[in-house]
Design a protein around this ligand. Structure first.
Ligand code: GUN
Ligand code: ZN
Length: 439
């Protein structure tokens, strides 16, 4: 509409705290309304109280069967791997060499990068994902394609150029100096332009020399509001390799710690095999873990212990990641489903409220963006998703049987996917509508 004012009415469900520690973190308005002006939420509450304050002439989008919540946040994804989802038969290091390092070389071509970026953003929106922390490829033009698309869609997105100066094909390598120079130029071009944020992105310890990790830390010091994005302790063979490459380090996490890469806004994908001491160190530094269950199962990497991550003495910030293309779905609902099953295998009943938190506010906290996104609260940006309890005949039937909101959320998490995403709002505007029309 362009007028900047909107109202969205339906069953509102959001987290305003961390349900691993706060049993009152869930807020619900069964017949609620969100009022938006200039992309920012100006009021949230029961329709019976706020309906009369919707300004004259402001349209009200109504979702009688919809659950309105904060847009999903994907805390770890590779847009350049959209074309290799479901690559058969390999675990991490072989998978990287056989599929990933081949696919990423195509992103030297800016036209190809733009085409894939467009597919990627369409998928995010169709899955209700409104923010994603994203790996591009080593080429700066692959980052330009990403932020050009993000800017077009006005989405709050985080991304960066991969830094890797060893242990990969020649064409994919930068150097400590060129990785620094190119990253710096990209930070100056894109960071905090519109809703964009830059993440300094050393791929993982095995593909960076100590010099390159030091250069990444210099970038972080010179640009204190940038994020840091890498992988850690995903696979046992990878961990053994890191130990042999960095014999002076206490372990995998310590490689990043010594380099000066751990701070709030540093997001480490996986962390499946972190030791208790490493978890304490993640807690102390304010860094965060992206839990990527579809990827960890697909690559046979291992089982993340979410209750250990959220222990009461040294809890880590944790969000959910799809880790496309090692992950198998863009859907944060499907990711919750797999997170539940992984937790079952380590004897922890991960409930739906906690999963919704991990997919929304927990992700925002991991990224250090919880002052702007992650919940349906006054002052936050109106990035929202509307979930359809009746998306399929089976969901409709199952939803008729539910006795509580917790049960309804659990059913949606376990059975839902992109079919359950009815509408995605970006800054109060409809950016995706499953049914193909604007409300
Ligand atoms: N570790 C280093 N690079 C990658 C990657 O592209 N995907 C995954 N899952 N792990 C990695
Ligand atoms: Zn990854």
């Amino acid at each position: 509409t362009g007028s900047g004012s909107h109202a969205i009415r339906g069953h509102i469900v959001t987290l305003t705290g961390d349900p691993f520690f706060d049993s009152d973190a869930l807020v619900e308005h069964t017949d609620g309304v969100v009022i938006v002006a200039d992309g920012i939420i100006t009021a949230v509450g029961p329709w019976s109280e706020l309906g009369s304050s919707v300004p004259e002439g402001v349209p009200v989008d109504r979702y009688p069967d919809g659950l309105i919540t904060a847009g999903f946040i994907d805390t770890h994804v590779h847009y350049v791997q959209t074309g290799i989802i479901a690559a058969f038969g390999a675990q991490l290091i072989d998978w990287l060499n056989t599929y990933t390092f081949v696919a990423e070389q195509k992103f030297v071509d800016p036209a190809y990068a733009s085409a894939v970026a467009s597919v990627f953003f369409d998928q995010l929106l169709a899955n209700g994902t409104t923010t994603a922390l994203t790996f591009a490829a080593v080429y700066p033009q692959s980052v330009d394609a990403f932020f050009e698309e993000a800017t077009k869609r006005n989405m709050r997105m985080v991304g960066g150029k991969v830094m890797m100066d060893r242990n990969a094909p020649e064409h994919l390598l930068d150097t400590a100096q060129s990785g620094y120079d190119e990253s710096k130029a990209l930070i100056e071009r894109w960071h905090e332009q519109g809703r964009n944020h830059y993440a300094v992105t050393p791929r993982f310890a095995p593909t960076s020399t100590p010099d390159q990790l030091a250069a990444a830390a210099t970038l972080l010091r010179e640009h204190p509001t940038t994020l840091m994005h890498t992988h850690v302790s995903e696979n046992l063979g990878e961990i053994a390799w890191v130990r042999s490459l960095f014999p002076e380090s206490k372990g995998y996490l310590d490689v990043y710690d010594r380099a000066g890469l751990l701070r709030p806004g540093s997001v480490l994908a996986h962390g499946v095999h972190l030791t208790p001491q490493e978890r304490i160190r993640v807690h102390e530094t304010g860094a965060a873990i992206s839990h990527c269950p579809t990827s960890n199962l697909f690559l046979g990497s291992g089982l993340f212990h979410v209750h250990q991550a959220k222990n009461h003495t040294h809890p880590m910030k944790v969000g959910l990641g799809t880790d496309i293309g090692a992950g198998t779905s863009f859907s944060l609902l499907s990711t919750m489903n797999e997170a539940y099953k992984v937790a079952q295998l380590v004897q922890y009943p991960l409930d739906a409220v906690k999963m919704l938190y991990l997919a929304t506010l927990g992700g925002a906290e991991a990224l250090g963006l919880d002052d702007r996104i992650g919940s349906v609260e006054v002052g936050k940006e109106a990035d929202l998703v509307v979930l359809d309890k009746q998306a399929t005949p089976l969901l409709e039937f199952r939803s008729e049987q539910v006795a509580s909101l917790d049960e309804q959320l659990f059913v949606l998490a376990v059975m839902g996917d992109d079919r359950a995403v009815q509408t995605t709002y970006i800054a109060g505007e409809v950016a995706y509508s499953r049914d193909g029309h604007q409300h």
